[in-house]
Design a protein around this ligand. Structure first.
Ligand code: PLP
Length: 381
């Protein structure tokens, strides 16, 4: 996003600032990448950013929603996503969430176990309403990303093992008030190497051949999300390469006649439109290091502490060109409350305004009130 010093100066901190023009341009890029493929469907993964105005803008652009809780389903409907464009994923769905989803008439459940399938059937039977289910299959493809955000290996908790796929599909076809409508996959997050997606395509092709031999038809294939963004240089790549991403599936996935293909990007839709705006409380000099202590901490943006993620950090107030090396930290009583070690900033002083970039995804949605802090505020520009 473009940083406008005047505009940001007056805002209270810490705060998330979202650039709705960049979001609009990103949504246009997604539409351009899909082209006129009427059988391609993009569902935005709400957990990345669930701000009501952002959800409204994404719903108005015609995307569907990928939800992982009852609360997200309610927020999606509130924002104007049509129920039939909503998918509900997650390893642990509570009964009330399943009931809410069936009553709302969502498009499909992404079911992660045999046990869950049975419970959805029971609840659908009680409501006398059919539930459409896709099965999330663990493709056993490992992606080149952080261990905490890879999800498609055999040892991960997600999905149904390949070797049980056929019997669980048969179960879904037999259980009352269920209709089996497709397969779902999701191999991880912050993926920039398209060979990971090529490996997923190869595995899906293999599974489809197997199902064809079994006489099982699969109306929908959902390849999940995970497209990464450029955290190091957000100004160079303000919009993720959706064209290359979607073309990878276009050229490597063998879809059957009439088959619908679903994507679920989260981060790539919203990360670059957001900054975490924060002020310098103190610059603390010690024998070994100089610390920039911010009024934002891991309670506002936990990604650095949780995944070792590195966000670009800019001093918006500094005027000189001389730089210095700092550890940039938050005020929270945890040693992991660090945004960056040995990071070069212009000479920084108390009161300077700092922008932590690429913070539109998994920022505000992961914020907490630890240390009895207030949740960060939000401004749309
Ligand atoms: C989190 C998640 C996504 C979105 O992942 P991103 O890396 O933000 O694109 C998509 N699908 C499922 C099932 C998820 O859990």
């Amino acid at each position: 996003m473009q940083l406008n010093k005047q505009q940001l100066q007056g805002l209270p901190t810490p705060a998330y600032v979202y650039d709705t023009a960049l979001l609009a341009a990103t949504l246009d890029a997604i539409k351009a990448a899909v082209r006129d493929d009427a059988n391609y469907h993009v569902h935005y993964a709400i957990k990345a950013n669930d701000h009501p105005a952002i959800l409204k803008q994404i719903a108005a652009a015609g995307l569907g929603a990928d939800c992982v809780s009852g609360g997200e389903i309610s927020a999606a409907i509130e924002a104007g996503f049509p129920a039939q464009k909503i998918g509900f994923a997650g390893v642990g769905k509570a009964d009330w969430e399943i009931e809410l989803a069936i009553k709302a008439g969502i498009g499909f459940f992404n079911v992660e176990s045999r046990e869950e399938l049975e419970v959805i059937s029971q609840i659908a039977t009680a409501l006398q309403t059919e539930a459409r289910v896709c099965l999330r299959i663990n493709p056993d493809v490992s992606a080149n990303t952080h261990a905490h955000i890879t999800t498609g290996r055999e040892e991960d908790k997600f999905g149904i093992a390949r070797q049980h796929m056929v019997e669980v599909i048969r179960l879904a076809q037999q259980l009352p008030y269920l209709s089996f409508v497709g397969l779902h996959f999701h191999i991880g997050s912050q993926l920039l190497d398209m060979t990971d997606y090529e490996a997923l395509c190869a595995r899906v092709n293999e599974l489809q051949d197997l199902l064809e031999a079994e006489g099982i038809t699969v109306p929908n294939i959902n390849v999940g999300g995970g497209l990464g963004i450029d955290y190091a240089d957000p100004d160079l790549h303000p919009i993720a390469d959706f064209q290359n991403y979607i073309d990878t599936f276009r050229s490597h996935l063998r879809l059957r006649d009439g088959q619908q293909l679903h994507f679920e990007p989260g981060r790539a839709v919203v990360a670059q439109m957001g900054i975490l705006l924060t002020r310098v409380l103190f610059v603390k000099h010690t024998e070994t290091k100089d610390f920039v202590i911010l009024d934002a901490g891991m309670t506002d943006l936990i990604r650095p502490a949780l995944y070792g993620a590195l966000h670009k950090i800019e001093n918006i107030s500094a005027e000189g060109s001389e730089v210095k090396t700092y550890d940039i930290v938050g005020p929270i009583c945890e040693s992991s409350d660090i945004f960056a070690r040995d990071y070069q900033l212009p000479i920084t002083k108390r009161g300077d305004l700092i922008a932590i970039r690429s913070a539109g995804a998994y920022g505000q949605t992961m914020a907490s009130t630890y240390n009895h802090r207030s949740l960060p505020k939000t401004f749309l520009v």
